[in-house]
Design a protein around this ligand. Structure first.
Ligand code: IPE
Ligand code: IPE
Ligand code: MG
Length: 240
């Protein structure tokens, strides 16, 4: 069997953590209550990754479209991200997690951006699990920003249009240091990708599960990751 067609576990799993709002509403609580419950789920899933052979975990925390929500929800989420970094930094460092953020930082408040930079730096020596948090992230926005920087390099004469191929363009994406995801999981029963890792997921497997994110346990995560190994990925080729 060709290397590309081997059936092994996914090394990069990306997750669209959806359903926090519905989880809270079902309990008669404000949506932010669901976001807090959802944030608490992340740690156990990150900690399970090494056992499952998942080296890269990328999670969608806030999209470029999520600014359309009420001011209360957006402000509550931004404050949750700051609190999360404050509370989790030590555990992430001690658990060997290297944290990165992708997305456009320009619209995020200065204090949050500083904390993100500090956490990236603090954990930069870690290599057990690579956790990437997509914050103010949108796939189209990412490709657009990459194209803009690429055009600038050409304008400055540092690059020729003849150099532009898929690999060159990918080098300008926020994810340039990461491998492509093998598996993308979305919780809450919605079967769409909502602008997440559009370029990088070209050959990813998708798994849509009904569980709302705050109920998605590390055991359920392990089950979905385990089921992936049973699928055959062909990358456009034919099995010989
Ligand atoms: C996902 O949960 C978290 C974010 C988008 C920030 P939602 O807030 O989208 O929850 P639902 O989809 O409304 O239930
Ligand atoms: C996607 O969920 C974004 C995150 C999980 C951060 P949304 O709830 O925002 O997506 P739509 O609106 O259902 O497409
Ligand atoms: Mg949603």
């Amino acid at each position: 069997m060709a290397k590309d067609m081997e059936r092994s576990g996914p090394s990069h799993v990306a997750v669209i953590m959806d359903g926090n709002g519905r989880w809270a509403t079902m309990r008669g609580k404000p949506r932010l209550f669901g976001h807090h419950a959802g944030a608490r789920r992340v740690r156990e899933i990150v900690e399970r990754c090494p056992d499952l052979g998942v080296k890269y975990l990328t999670i969608f925390a806030f999209s470029t479209e999520n600014w359309k929500r009420t001011q209360t929800e957006v402000a509550g989420l931004m404050s949750l991200f700051r609190r999360y970094i404050e509370r989790e930094a030590r555990a992430l460092l001690e658990n060997g997690v290297r944290v990165r953020f992708i997305g456009d930082r320009i619209r995020l408040d200065e204090k949050l951006v500083r904390m993100m930079d500090e956490l990236e730096l603090l954990t930069s020596g870690n290599d057990k699990v690579h956790l990437t948090v997509a914050l103010n992230y949108g796939g189209r926005d990412e490709v657009t920003r990459a194209a803009k920087r690429l055009a600038y390099e050409i304008e400055q004469g540092r690059l020729s249009h003849k150099d532009v191929d898929a690999e060159c363009l990918a080098g300008f994406l926020d994810t340039h240091v990461l491998p492509d995801p093998d598996l993308v999981i979305r919780t809450s029963g919605e079967a769409r990708i909502s602008n997440f890792l559009l370029w990088q997921s070209a050959y990813a497997e998708y798994e849509f599960v009904d569980t709302l994110w705050p109920d998605f346990t590390a055991d359920e995560f392990a089950g979905v990751v385990g089921a992936y190994g049973k699928r055959e990925r062909r990358f456009g080729a034919v099995r010989v």
